[in-house]
Write a protein that binds this ligand. Structure first.
Ligand code: CTP
Length: 210
């Protein structure tokens, strides 16, 4: 399969030197890219800034902002059989980006934010046979909220986890295909989760008419 994977967090710039981001390290997305390539898939990895050494034999696209990530996904979507959105895409971006470094003053500073495009939702509306895999990061009612995302974003498979997974090497995840039951992988290395997830994706692909 040709698998498009996103990884890491995005940066949304306030001024030339400051940005809003999140704690994502890219570990899950990079583990998926490495395992997918090892299983013989052709992998394109769209990555936000991370400190991880990229796997070899993977087509890398470096992005910084959520807008860059959206463009990279749009440009590569038609040519993929499966999109896995493991990236922690910023949900908001500053309404205005200052062209010069913002000077400090004694007064409180308010930064107005506007919503970014939901890339996965866009993919769900525009899919043409691609298998869509999303992640759901939830504090509470994990499975219920994740199932809502599965439906709202028109996904084929969802991986639900808790915020403790961000940046960790080991995580507990719950996986559900659109038409199948939940399975749980408790306290499992992200490299192993990646293998199990790809096996489920491959099974989904095999179950589809050619
Ligand atoms: N996602 C995306 N584009 C965004 C935000 C999220 O493609 N602008 C994707 C993520 O990569 C992930 C999935 O949507 O695969 C769910 O992300 P999550 O942060 O759990 O949920 P949100 O949809 O952002 O909703 P909320 O933050 O309100 O839970």
């Amino acid at each position: 399969m040709r698998i498009l994977i996103t990884a890491g967090g995005t940066r949304e710039y306030i001024d030339p030197v400051r940005f809003i981001s999140n704690a994502s390290t890219g570990k899950m997305g990079y583990a998926l890219a490495q395992k997918a390539s090892a299983r013989g898939h052709v992998v394109t990895l769209v990555t936000g800034p991370t400190a991880i050494k990229p796997p070899s034999r993977v087509h890398l696209i470096h992005v910084v902002t959520s807008a860059d990530m959206f463009k990279a996904v749009k440009d590569n979507f038609d040519a993929c059989d499966c999109l896995i959105m493991a990236a922690a895409v910023s949900d908001y971006t500053p309404l205005r980006t200052s062209e010069t470094k913002i000077k400090k003053s004694a007064a409180p500073l308010t930064i107005e934010l506007k919503p970014t495009t939901d890339i996965l939702k866009w993919a769900g509306r525009n899919k043409n046979g691609q298998i869509l895999v999303g992640f759901a990061l939830e504090d509470e009612s994990l499975r219920e909220h994740a199932e809502q995302k599965l439906r709202d974003k028109n996904l084929d498979l969802i991986v639900a986890n808790a915020p403790g997974a961000v940046g960790a090497d080991v995580s507990t995840v719950h996986i559900k295909p659109a038409d199948g039951p939940w399975t749980t992988l408790a306290h499992t290395a992200k490299t192993k989760i990646a293998g199990k997830l790809l096996a489920q994706i491959e099974a989904l692909a095999r179950s589809r008419p050619a």
